[in-house]
Design a protein around this ligand. Structure first.
Ligand code: SR1
Ligand code: MG
Length: 394
């Protein structure tokens, strides 16, 4: 029986993913399809299906009813597939150059069928292999400016914005972020994972009341400030990159939140490379500068030319708004640095360092920078001061 007519969820296999592709008539009748499950993320199945005659392919992404990284003991809503597909469609309209095309979605099977991006590489993997992707920061700056402006109260009619806020209520995925980024790393939670060599620093961090106060402030912003439709998980594993192309994937954590959260995750994940990649450190510092400069330039242009809130178009208010966005971004970047070092979900940039002493030294630096960015974000309130802070890190 047709997968789409069954009206019940079932996890796909390589065979049933091919059946689905055939049922959708995406490939010509004579296609010779090969399928491989390539998902290496924490949550979902990802099937890459290629027509071996034509060399053309598609991706079928399917949500599992639990978090793959932990197993069936951590159930997770399938609704995230709809959130992701809806977000891809909205972001795709706003920034088509930087978002994969969606061909088909099904809420029951929790699948999204989309453009094959296999000519590109996940940016984190590329960075770990020594790539630097010269255009990635320009592209991400523009992507951030467009998505964060056009989904905000300044870029949307008031009624539409409120409908979007409702549509993207995403409690289970937000709770993961609330726990894994803003809560668990700051006390002795079972989910945390770190080397014994880091224990003294981590225990000191758990006692640091000033740090915990600032994390609470940032968490409050995450919980309450519905500024823009966020990607919600914009790390370098959610970006496909090549020499001339950048595509942002995987917005299943999308919801209305503080705009600085997406920018902060981009900063944080570029900072891992600044810390671990001595040879190319300056290139990654330049990437961080380019993300912010590109974001600021494009966002300012949109603010002045497309703004729906006429009364907000003053340089005083724009400056206030950009400064707050920048400070928030630094704070959220700091939280990302800390959670990827001692929390549940790590990054290969750091964990891939084979020599234990060097790995621990890199993680110490990461935690140190994270603390500085969280506590001193109001003092480090411009790009020059941010870059100086990064460069001062030993
Ligand atoms: C249980 S999910 C762990 C992490 O993976 C996702 O990509 C998010 O970053 C989440 O925090
Ligand atoms: Mg993901």
């Amino acid at each position: 029986m047709s997968l789409l007519k069954q009206k019940t969820y079932q996890p796909l296999t390589n065979e049933s993913a091919v059946e689905l592709a055939l049922e959708l008539n995406i490939f010509p009748g004579q296609a010779k399809l090969a399928c491989k499950e390539i998902g290496d993320g924490n949550l979902n199945l990802v099937f890459h299906i290629v027509d071996e005659w034509e060399g053309k392919g598609i991706i079928i992404k399917q949500a599992l009813p639990y978090a793959k990284v932990v197993g069936e003991s951590w159930p997770l809503t399938l609704k995230r597939a709809k959130i992701e597909a809806d977000a891809l469609k909205i972001f795709g309209q706003i920034a088509p150059d930087y978002v994969p095309e969606v061909y088909f979605t099904d809420d029951v099977l929790a699948v999204t069928v989309m453009e094959d991006l296999s000519h590109l590489l996940i940016a984190r993997t590329g960075f770990n292999n020594g790539e630097t992707y010269p255009l990635i920061s320009k592209h991400l700056g523009e992507y951030l400016a467009k998505t964060l402006f056009y989904t905000s109260d300044y870029g949307l009619a008031p009624g539409v914005k409120k409908e979007y806020v409702q549509q993207f209520i995403n409690p289970e995925l937000c709770k993961i972020t609330e726990d894994l980024i803003f809560t668990d790393p700051f006390y002795d939670a079972d989910t945390n994972e770190f080397e014994d060599g880091l224990r003294p620093i981590v225990e000191a961090l758990w006692q640091d009341n000033e740090l915990k106060f600032h994390v609470n402030v940032l968490k409050k912003s995450f919980l309450t400030e519905a500024e823009a439709l966020l990607h919600g998980d914009l790390h370098t594993g959610s970006v496909f990159a090549g020499l001339s192309e950048t595509k942002v994937i995987d917005p299943e954590f999308a919801f209305y939140g503080p705009a600085g959260f997406d920018i902060g995750q981009v900063f944080g994940n570029l900072l891992f490379q600044v810390i671990v990649n001595n040879e190319k450190r300056n290139l990654f510092i330049n990437h961080i500068e380019t993300v912010w400069n590109g974001f600021e330039e494009q966002y300012t242009l949109l603010w002045k030319t497309e703004n729906k809130e006429a009364a907000s178009i003053t340089s005083t208010f724009l400056n206030y708004h950009l400064r707050k966005l920048f400070e928030d971004s630094l704070g959220f970047a700091g939280c990302e640095l800390i959670r990827r070092t001692i929390g549940l979900a790590h990054v290969t940039d750091l964990d891939g360092i084979e020599d234990e002493q060097s790995r621990i030294a890199a993680k110490q630096k990461t935690i140190e920078l994270g603390k500085i960015l969280i506590k001193q974000r109001k003092e480090i309130n411009n790009l020059t001061a941010f870059i100086e802070t990064i460069k001062e890190l030993h």
